[in-house]
Design a protein around this ligand. Structure first.
Ligand SMILES: C[S@@+](CC[C@H](N)C(=O)[O-])C[C@H]1O[C@@H](n2cnc3c(N)ncnc32)[C@H](O)[C@@H]1O
Length: 187
């Protein structure tokens, strides 16, 4: 008998939903969800009318996003999926292509520079790392690493919680930041 696979939860990040009005306040270009996984956050945004570019390197997950997106009611925003490796390849987007960017449950320190460049001035960056269970600290950013990478952003919310062995300086991060004009330009 075939074994049934667990169905992934499509409930979006609770905290993202709490700050969504702010994340969407600069909306006039699509939102980037990178990586999107099974699309729980992209689907939540699309159901509220926002167009989303959903990037992941797992084709099966992207297919699932497409199927779930097609099942959502008409009149919702569009989801365009893109299979890409966020680390190995440069993202194929022009600078300032997105009005907001979500990076949820992913080692954001690996992609923060590219995400900042892809965000328009005045756009919102939402970061939520995974928790600090088990060996997760090995993949988490260092304390202060993400806020320091966001020169030229206003940190509207920034929570960092140290996890793992103190010598590792790993941190669980939850952050909402707005890109100021000129953040890409070096002084
Ligand atoms: C824990 S899931 C989180 C997905 C989504 N942000 C969410 O909150 O549900 C992490 C995702 O990162 C994707 N991923 C891992 N490494 C990647 C890479 N180098 N490039 C693109 N996607 C990657 C995996 O395929 C997986 O879907």
């Amino acid at each position: 008998m075939p074994t049934s696979r667990p169905v992934p939860s499509l409930a979006p990040s609770k905290f993202l939903m709490q700050v969504l009005d702010r994340v969407a306040s600069s909306y006039d270009q699509p939102v980037l969800d990178a990586p999107c996984g099974f699309g729980r956050n992209a689907l939540a945004l699309a159901s509220r009318g926002y167009d989303v570019i959903a990037v992941d390197n797992d084709v099966a997950r992207l297919k699932s996003v497409e199927v779930s997106g097609a099942l959502q009611s008409t009149g919702s925003g569009r989801i365009v999926t893109l299979c890409a490796d966020l680390v190995a390849s440069r993202l194929p987007f022009r600078n300032s292509s997105f009005s907001a960017i979500l990076c949820i449950h992913y080692p954001v320190q690996k992609v923060i520079v590219d995400l900042c460049t892809a965000l328009k001035d005045g756009g919102w960056l939402y970061v939520e790392t995974f928790g600090g269970q088990g060996q997760n600290y090995l993949e988490l950013p260092k304390l202060g690493e993400i806020p320091e990478a966001l020169q030229g952003f206003e940190l509207v919310l920034c929570k960092e919680r140290p996890v793992g062995p103190p010598s590792q300086r790993a941190a669980v991060v939850q952050l909402l930041a707005q890109k100021r004009g000129g953040a890409d330009r070096k002084s």
